[in-house]
Write a protein of this length. Structure first.
Lengths: 368, 307
């Protein structure tokens, strides 16, 4: 058990330093999303430090320790151990479900609070760890909404499902498949790829033979971009639907004109519809450029953590974890309240479509 | 039937790219018995340079065809220089060192090039501007794009040209001589350093073209793209018999076809027990099977260890 909040070295202003870890892929194919997340947290911590934060009447300085997990589960556990050894009180991260889940065990064993801004795999909060939280609707919530949307709104009857075999992609695709089946649609094909592939001609040719009216992809934009191009190349006219990994500006750049008409969802509200969205966007863009995706969630995660510490009057996770669970916070992304598992009690999920080269929000749904 | 034609065509396009990249591995191995792990990264550099040149050209208002040629030439020039520099500074000083040393250097070069590319072009995926013709055709029931036809034509032409070069020119004869025995070739007046450098230059030029074609086909490039492509091409070279030029071509095409047909038919063949998630497993299973029965690859000759 690491001791935090006492015996820490103090900065030159006499303020005590409270370390908060940040773990995300800062290099590699998903670096852009990871950096976005890191910048969101950094913005929050910088703001908080400017306001001379105090815990239990003593001045403190929050220090963000960033670690690169390379979106790799093995690296993630090493990084998690390093953060724990460095004596962090809490961790914001990781980004991918595949890294968040193995790392969560290490944080749990060390008693360090963890809030993932973006991991949506159901398993993360279902391991019985009282240290694991997230500020985004999970895959069960998102997959269900996507399934409802595919069948009820888009009227799809013959559906092909592809996933990238990551915890995120597979979890989302499974939940989607289960939902559309329960609504009476046919899953005519299930295909698989990896999160490093760029060639999908073989599996798309299989899918073409099954004549689907909708193709669902559980995965990220570096795959989804070339995937929809190759779909159109092969003459597959089916609708294309994905989750939050697809709903990025990069998907549109990579898919080019073929992106037109594609659907995808994102947990939460569109940045412009978030309660404090425009204000956040202005602050963030001035400092770091356009928001990719997870920055506002990382920003909220940082505030939720700091608020819990301030309210508990301690940066010792044992003291502030119970307070964290009682969080009732109006964040940039909306109201944040946790259930007993650490999931959001009510997550909203927004569906988007690419229209004239930009993601346009269609509707926001409350998870059922 | 349409589906089979499509899968075969998919496999040929994929395989012809593997084949051209595999040539670079096999030529260097044939001469130096060195696996040049940086070769995949040379491919990536070709793609990156081409994208930058095309970006600048589009901004300057150049028409598509000269722009493609310009980008190709720039990619070839940069990759040749890179190949030459890597050979001169990373491999030549270690030519007579134990074999593990250049192998480690090769891996180091690969990582170095990845990081250089990351610093120059950033970490994100870069879209390849649509300057290539974007037409689509039907061929025996398969959907075929212009870019794919260009890939097939270019790679076939390159393979033909390389075969002629190796079989019919003095440089090719010198390359074959060094492959057989470097000291004897040297005694016969072959300038080994020059021929090795030429081999790297040619291999890198092939990689550059392959890189541009891959990026154009998938519409994107990324600093990490050379790794997996290099690995597949290296496997193709081994499958065909590393060191054997015809083997690299055969191995590349076969690997492409196996991957494509594997992904297409593994499901129906196993009644859905195995899905397309096993496509790479399937390809590498075939590779292992071939190597068990023919350890030197399909066209490789069993070479007696030199004393």
């Amino acid at each position: 058990m690491t001791l935090t909040g006492c015996g820490q070295k103090t900065s030159d202003h006499g303020a005590e330093t409270v370390k908060i870890g940040l773990a995300a892929p800062l290099t590699g194919p998903q670096a852009q999303l990871g950096q976005d997340m890191a910048n969101g947290a950094k913005l929050a911590i910088d703001e908080i430090n400017v306001g001379h934060p105090q815990i239990d009447g003593k001045a403190v300085i929050f220090k963000l320790l960033s670690e690169d997990d390379q979106a790799d589960p093995k690296t993630a556990t090493n990084v998690a151990q390093r953060l724990v050894d460095d004596g962090v009180a809490a961790v914001i991260g990781h980004m991918n479900s595949g890294t968040t889940i193995p790392a969560s065990r290490i944080y749990y064993q060390a008693g360090v609070a963890q809030i993932s801004p973006s991991a949506t795999a159901v398993k993360y909060t279902h391991q019985g760890f009282d240290t694991a939280f997230r500020v985004m609707a999970n895959d069960a919530q998102q997959g269900t909404v996507l399934g409802d949307f595919a069948v009820q709104t888009l009227g799809a009857r013959r559906i092909a499902v592809i996933d990238d075999r990551t915890a995120y992609g597979q979890g989302l695709a499974d939940q989607f498949e289960q939902t559309v089946k329960s609504l009476g649609a046919d899953v005519v094909d299930r295909e698989y790829t990896t999160d490093h592939s760029t060639d999908f001609m073989a599996i798309l040719t299989n899918i073409k033979a099954k004549k689907p009216d909708l193709v669902f992809f559980g995965g990220m934009d570096p795959q989804a971009g070339p995937m929809i191009r190759q779909m159109r190349q092969l003459g597959v006219a089916a609708k294309f639907l994905g989750g939050d990994g697809v709903r990025t500006p990069q998907f549109i750049t990579l898919a080019g004109p073929d992106a037109e008409g594609a659907y995808a969802s994102t947990p939460g509200l569109p940045i412009t519809k978030m309660p404090k969205g425009p204000e956040f966007q202005a602050k963030f863009t001035a400092k770091y450029g356009p928001i990719q995706q997870y920055a506002p969630y990382a920003y909220d995660a940082a505030y939720v953590l700091v608020n819990a510490m301030e309210k508990a009057g301690s940066s010792d996770p044992k003291k502030f974890l119970p307070v964290l669970r009682q969080t009732d916070y109006q964040g940039v992304t909306g109201p944040i309240r946790f259930d007993a598992r650490g999931d959001l009690t009510q997550g909203s999920i927004t569906l988007y479509q690419v229209q004239k080269g930009a993601w346009v929000p269609l509707q926001t749904v409350q998870s059922r | 039937m349409d589906i089979l034609a499509q899968q075969i065509f998919n496999g040929l396009v994929l395989g012809s790219i593997y084949a051209v990249v595999a040539l670079g591995y096999t030529m260097v191995y044939g001469i130096l018995e060195l696996i040049n792990f940086a070769h995949g990264e040379i491919t990536m550099m070709g793609a990156m340079v081409a994208i930058s040149v095309i970006g600048m050209g589009l901004a300057a208002g150049l028409p598509a065809l000269p722009l493609i040629l310009l980008a190709m030439l720039a990619a070839i020039a940069v990759c040749m220089c890179l190949g030459l520099a890597i050979e001169r500074f990373a491999y030549r000083p270690l030519r007579h060192a134990p074999r593990l040393a250049p192998l480690i250097t090769a891996i180091g070069m690969s990582i170095l090039l990845q990081n250089i590319a990351m610093l120059i072009w950033g970490k994100q995926y870069i879209p390849f501007p649509p300057v290539f013709p974007q037409g689509e055709h039907r061929l025996l029931g398969a959907h075929v794009t212009d870019v794919q036809l260009i890939i097939l034509a270019t790679t076939l032409l390159l393979m033909l040209a390389l075969t002629l070069l190796v079989q019919r020119t003095p440089l090719g004869r010198a390359m074959r001589a060094i492959a057989q025995s470097q000291p004897v070739a040297q005694l016969m007046g072959v300038n080994v350093n020059r021929v090795v450098a030429a081999t790297f230059a040619i291999g890198s030029a092939l990689a550059a073209v392959a890189g541009v074609l891959v990026a154009a086909n998938y519409g994107q490039a990324h600093y990490y793209m050379g790794f997996l492509l290099g690995l597949k091409a290296f496997s193709a070279a081994v499958l065909g018999g590393i060191g054997n030029i015809a083997g690299a071509m055969l191995g590349g095409l076969l690997l492409g076809l196996i991957e494509s047909l594997g992904a297409g038919y593994i499901g129906p063949l196993t009644h859905g027990f195995l899905g397309s998630n096993y496509q790479d497993v399937f390809a590498f299973f075939v590779l292992i099977l071939v190597l068990v029965f023919r350890p030197s690859g399909l066209l490789g000759e069993r070479v007696v260890e030199r004393a």
